[in-house]
Design a protein around this ligand. Structure first.
Ligand SMILES: NC(=O)c1ccc[n+]([C@@H]2O[C@H](COP(=O)([O-])OP(=O)(O)OC[C@H]3O[C@@H](n4cnc5c(N)ncnc54)[C@H](OP(=O)(O)O)[C@@H]3O)[C@@H](O)[C@H]2O)c1
Length: 342
């Protein structure tokens, strides 16, 4: 089913969408719209989806400067507000890209996103990756930046201090991390003046990250889950033969059939009932992806059956951020339990 019936459909009441409470007391809608069109959906199409999504009831939008569409998304956000949705009803996230970690770049980068998104403040600003490693958009996974660096905590904290200043300046209501691991987060929690309010991380039935998920919740950090459907539209360069597709899992498909919904809806219901905030990208199915959380929840048995589907199958491996020849992508994710040494 696609969104073609939007104009005839009754909007989903934003009040029917669960909310997540952050440690500041602020609340965030527990489903957001991803806006990364990758290389197959144009900025204009994403901007159109943002308009349509707001019309059907979305209030949470996950943006980033590196998605190269913030000016177009910003025009939609302005229209949405002119059409009567107050700024306070929206939850807008943006992210600091890897080439802007230097102390002098953080404020300018945030201001640029604010200008592009036509906003006075962001609800949430994330450090997109813990590595300051730049790569050209659309490059091959074997591409490496000559001056790529490992995670250096002192450097990350210099960036984080600037993120904290954005909160002090009122430009940003919350700050957060993305693509982090437990060993890195431990250090950030030890040293932060303003602790992260969320951690954005890959989460879907085949990649549940149970330890990190528990860790962030126990530390008062909300998990936002990206690629909640297993990113079926990601480019070839981001695929490996080991990758699996949660929406094709027979257990997910059987549950979908029982509920009379598509497998994507099962992934989203599971995510919301488990306690994370999924941010599915869609230009064609966004209505279904919101509506599915307002009715017919999964049973406890179904939730347990999905918990057993975890295959530790990371889809966004981040190979382009590696800093040494001969490394494999696992080095980015501290799989030994320690921060991978330089
Ligand atoms: N922090 C980070 O480092 C990071 C990394 C990756 C992604 N993200 C964020 O997470 C968002 C979501 O991730 P993603 O876009 O990679 O993957 P995703 O949300 O798992 O999958 C999106 C794909 O699923 C399709 N789809 C959506 N709903 C569907 C439905 N109900 N039935 C069938 N197909 C459906 C979409 O196609 P249609 O458009 O045709 O519906 C699109 O091709 C991104 O847009 C971005 O905002 C963040």
């Amino acid at each position: 089913m696609t969104n073609t019936s939007d104009t005839n459909s009754v909007p989903i009441q934003p009040a029917a969408i669960p909310r997540r409470k952050l440690y500041t007391g602020a609340t965030m809608p527990a489903v957001g719209l991803g806006t990364f069109g990758s290389d197959h959906v144009t900025p204009a199409q994403v901007a159109q989806a943002v308009l349509g999504a707001a019309a059907v009831g979305y209030r949470h939008f996950d943006c980033a400067s590196v998605y190269s569409n913030e000016p177009e998304v910003g025009a939609s956000l302005q229209t949405i507000q002119r059409n009567g949705i107050a700024r306070e009803q929206l939850w807008i996230t943006s992210k600091l890209w890897n080439d802007k970690h230097a102390e002098n770049d953080v404020l300018a980068s945030c201001r640029q996103s604010l200008a592009d998104l036509r906003l006075d403040y962001l609800d949430l600003y994330l450090v997109h990756w813990p590595f300051p490693n730049f790569h050209p958009p659309g490059c091959d996974v074997t591409s490496r930046s000559a001056d790529a660096k490992p995670y250096i905590h002192e450097s990350y904290m210099k960036t984080w201090r600037k993120m904290e200043e954005l909160v002090d300046l009122g430009l940003v209501r919350h700050i957060g991390t993305s693509n982090m691991t437990i060993p890195k987060l431990k250090l950030v929690l030890r040293d932060a003046r303003i602790k992260p309010a969320v951690n954005e991380m890959e989460l879907h039935p085949h990649f549940q990250q149970p330890e990190l998920f528990q860790y962030v919740l126990e530390n008062g950090i909300q998990p936002i889950g990206y690629c909640p459907l297993g990113s079926p539209g990601r480019p070839e360069r981001d695929r490996t033969p080991e990758d699996t597709a949660p929406t094709e899992d027979p257990v997910i498909r059987e549950i979908a059939q029982r509920h009379g919904v598509n497998p994507a809806a099962v992934c989203i219901k599971w995510a919301v009932q488990r306690g994370q905030t999924p941010i599915p990208f869609s230009v064609n199915h966004y209505r279904d992806n919101l509506e599915c959380v307002t009715r017919d929840p999964l049973s406890a048995e179904e939730m347990q059956a999905i918990a057993k589907l975890d295959r530790n199958c990371r889809l966004i491996k981040g190979q382009v951020f590696l800093w040494k020849d001969g490394q494999t992508w696992e080095a980015l994710w501290d799989v030994s339990g320690e921060i991978t040494p330089p």
